[in-house]
Design a protein around this ligand. Structure first.
Ligand SMILES: C[S@@+](CC[C@H](N)C(=O)[O-])C[C@H]1O[C@@H](n2cnc3c(N)ncnc32)[C@H](O)[C@@H]1O
Length: 408
């Protein structure tokens, strides 16, 4: 990275991390800077550094505690963490060169005193870099709350396996739309469910994105098709997708209906629906509305409903590495309550014989099988047709889906 590039990258990374400590929603903060018209390439580099910080935060803080007995202030940490992530984990970066640029950045956005502190910190880090990397190789980096939560329910080896998989950078996968796969894309084969779509691994993202028209692909993990496979949309059906934004799954439903029937896509977030409208611009059979799923008042309206509810995201921590640091049992319980309210309200909207596909990208039973069991215990007019839990692995993310059928 050239000096001015490093300055901009670190300045954005600093700002993103600072804002994230307030909102605990990294995507939101990144999109906020995007909307301000900031340079996309610079934001992309800054975001890569921040995602690396989220993947390695426990390790980075352990090293900071060793090298600086007094914990640096927040504003220093927000520059220190992304700089350390670059110097320890980014292959293309020369640690000493990066350290010098980071100190120059500190002079501009922090004080001279803080820049001096970083200068001496980075010297020690560069000297002991190999040793630190060796010592911290087996750190789980799951966050204390999530690690404790998993230790209560999974075997120790399983926790280690999840940490390993979820500590990796997410692979890019896509689905092609009316487009023949170029030979350099390899299909993801042998999925453990019957996916109605083929997914491809993208090895060289810049080549793929520059050579493929935007309307002909959708970046998506194969696990996103689990709930669509279980929902099994049929031509001419009227289907609601009540937590639909940004629309990846709505698009799959609309395509399977092949311009027949009707898809009703709603979401509580108007901002997220803007993206959905873009993603579905070419679909004729989709109606979009901003709506809280707990407040919709239709009865006997839909043949099928997809509920891809908000969840703790524990199956997709490769893609959302920040979510592990904001996980808490308290927050999960709030989500479980919301999921239940959405499910109960949706259950009033089905035609007799209709079905709901309840889905999450979580691997927590409390949000998945137990949520479904509680619903079925309280709603005997429904029966479970099918359910499947996927755990994250090299090939795909974690996900859960269950089909609940309203007896005719
Ligand atoms: C897992 S995401 C959905 C992803 C989407 N199905 C897709 O494939 O692109 C969950 C969505 O639920 C929405 N949501 C949260 N609370 C809601 C509510 N009470 N009513 C409707 N939507 C809600 C969020 O705004 C978010 O877009």
């Amino acid at each position: 990275m050239k000096d001015n590039k490093t300055l901009k990258t670190l300045t954005f990374a600093n700002q993103l991390l600072k804002n994230w400590t307030q909102s605990h929603n990294f995507d939101l903060e990144l999109n906020r800077l995007r909307r301000q018209g900031e340079n996309e390439q610079e934001l992309k580099r800054a975001s890569q550094l921040c995602l690396c910080v989220f993947r390695k935060k426990q390790t980075l803080e352990k090293i900071i505690a060793k090298l600086s007995p007094k914990r640096p202030r927040g504003r220093v940490m927000h520059l220190l963490l992304p700089s350390m992530a670059a110097m320890l984990y980014m292959d293309k970066i020369t640690p000493q060169g990066f350290a010098d640029s980071a100190v120059e950045t500190a002079k501009k956005i922090l004080s001279k005193h803080e820049a001096n502190f970083l200068n001496s910190f980075f010297h020690k880090l560069v000297d002991q870099r190999e040793e630190f990397l060796r010592e911290t190789q087996t750190d789980l980096n799951l966050g204390t709350e999530l690690e404790n939560h998993w230790r209560k329910k999974f075997k120790s080896e399983q926790v280690t396996d999840f940490a390993e998989i979820l500590g990796l950078e997410a692979e890019l996968n896509c689905r092609l739309i009316n487009y023949d796969p170029p030979e350099y894309l390899s299909p993801v084969n042998d999925l453990a469910w019957d996916s109605p779509f083929t997914f491809y691994k993208i090895h060289d993202a810049s080549k793929f994105i520059s050579q493929t028209p935007q309307e002909n692909f959708y970046i998506q993990d194969p696990a996103t098709s689990l709930c669509i496979s279980l929902l099994n949309p049929q031509k001419n059906e009227i289907i609601a997708d009540l937590c639909s934004a940004p629309g990846g799954k709505t698009l799959m439903i609309a395509q399977l209906l092949e311009d027949t029937g009707q898809v009703f896509a709603s979401d509580i977030s108007e901002k997220r629906l803007e993206k959905l409208r873009e993603n579905l611009a070419h679909q004729k059979n989709v109606t979009v509305q901003c709506l809280d799923a707990r407040e919709s008042e239709w009865t006997n309206k839909f043949d099928a409903i997809l509920l891809d509810v908000p969840c703790s995201n524990t199956g997709v921590l490769r893609r959302k590495p920040d979510a592990r640091w904001s996980f808490s049992s308290k927050k999960m319980n709030e989500l479980i309550k919301l999921q239940n309210e959405i499910l109960v309200q949706a259950s009033k909207m089905l035609k007799p014989g209709g079905r709901i596909c309840y889905s999450t990208c979580s691997i927590e039973d409390e949000e998945n099988s137990l949520q479904v069991k509680q619903f079925l215990d309280q709603h005997p007019q429904f029966e479970l047709s099918e359910s499947k839990q996927l755990y994250p692995c090299a090939q795909h993310d974690g996900a859960f889906a269950a089909v609940l059928k309203l007896k005719a």
